[in-house]
Design a protein around this ligand. Structure first.
Ligand SMILES: Cc1cc2nc3c(=O)[nH]c(=O)nc-3n(C[C@H](O)[C@H](O)[C@H](O)COP(=O)(O)OP(=O)(O)OC[C@H]3O[C@@H](n4cnc5c(N)ncnc54)[C@H](O)[C@@H]3O)c2cc1C
Length: 309
């Protein structure tokens, strides 16, 4: 196994300047939790992303893609195998009329602010979502009644069959999901269609929603945002609050007092604490309302069988 790993690490290094071994993933995720990846590949250009993903697909080496790491829980044991992280370097943004072409590693909040300053409307909802463009496209990130599906025109992806351009309409968008979550795909670029408007108006809406988030959601402590999906026509946070979940604690993990669908890392939380706390909260909600909460965050790496909620 070791020689095999050494062989493909060498091949990856020939294609991509930044390849780290035994890299702690907590440094790469907003929760600040998680063990090491055997191999972390960080393409800094589109060509490096193409070469690395192309090689991994052609050699049938499984890998996990990471964007800004703001919707994941990495296991304490980390990830055996390869993780490809798309961020800095792969973050070029170009404007063409009311369209914006953004590479997957571009930061969504920065893009939303930049678009607002240019008087382009459509991304006001995204000012406080700490995603990469790629992660937001895959997750159909959204807030305030809007989501990525409203603006995604097309995406450039790398698949085992090669590079493709997919129309937004073909992405099977639904609440916080897309077909991109069901196939081995690396999103490397997205074209978003925005609407020309008055910069003052777009900025004011972006700021108002940011202020609202600041008052209703904990922004300081490390977290992965909302841990559960909202059940249809309801809010997971409301149910958790009414079931008595606010402030519950397990190890270093705590349910936020401000927004009950947030679990916060008090500093020394590990993945087992978060999973255990999610389990406790689900049981409370099931007992009180008969509603089964589904996780929104993605569990990456190995978790003991049946341990995830
Ligand atoms: C404080 C806070 C507030 C948040 N608020 C919101 C909110 O209001 N609305 C909302 O929807 N979400 C919210 N989130 C969650 C998170 O920001 C979104 O889900 C976001 O879309 C995740 O993007 P990411 O780049 O961080 O993806 P990651 O967390 O890195 O990855 C998420 C998933 O997408 C996959 N993925 C990532 N990038 C790619 C790519 N380029 N190609 C293929 N697959 C990829 C990963 O494998 C993983 O399965 C919040 C999170 C935090 C920490």
């Amino acid at each position: 196994m070791k020689t095999e790993t050494a062989k493909f690490v060498e091949a990856l290094r020939a294609r991509c300047r930044e390849v780290r071994e035994d890299e702690p993933l907590r440094r790469h995720v907003s929760f600040r939790i998680g063990g090491p990846a055997d191999v972390l590949v960080i393409p800094r250009t589109l060509d490096e992303a193409r070469a690395a993903a192309g090689y991994l697909f052609s050699e049938r080496i499984p890998f996990i893609v990471l964007g800004a790491g703001s919707n994941v829980l990495i296991s304490d044991a980390g990830i055996r195998g390869v993780v490809v992280k798309l961020g800095k370097g792969l973050d070029h943004v170009a404007y063409d009329g009311d369209a914006v072409v953004a590479q997957a590693g571009a930061g969504l909040p920065h893009l939303a602010r930049d678009a607002a300053n240019r008087g382009l409307s459509g991304l006001e909802f995204a000012g406080g979502i700490p995603a990469s463009v790629g992660g937001a496209v895959v997750m159909n990130a959204g807030a305030h009644g809007h989501a990525m599906q409203d603006v995604v025109h097309r995406v450039r992806v790398i698949t085992p069959e090669g590079e493709r351009i997919l129309d937004g309409a073909a992405l099977g968008y639904q609440y916080r999901t897309s077909v991109l979550q069901t196939r081995p795909t690396v999103v490397v670029e997205a074209t978003l269609r925005l609407v020309r408007s008055d910069p003052e108006t777009v900025r004011a809406r972006t700021d108002a929603w940011l202020r609202h988030r600041g008052e209703t959601q904990p922004i300081g402590p490390p977290s992965s945002g909302c841990v559960f999906r909202n059940p249809s026509a309801d809010h997971a946070g409301r149910l958790i609050d009414l079931a008595g979940g606010k402030g519950l604690q397990l190890g270093g993990a705590r349910v936020s007092e401000l927004h009950a669908n947030y679990i916060l890392n008090g500093g020394d939380a590990n993945a087992a604490d978060v999973v255990g706390l999610m389990h406790k909260v689900s049981v409370l909600v099931m007992e009180k309302f008969g509603v089964r909460l589904e996780p929104e965050i993605k569990f990456l790496g190995e978790f003991p069988a049946q341990s995830t909620p």
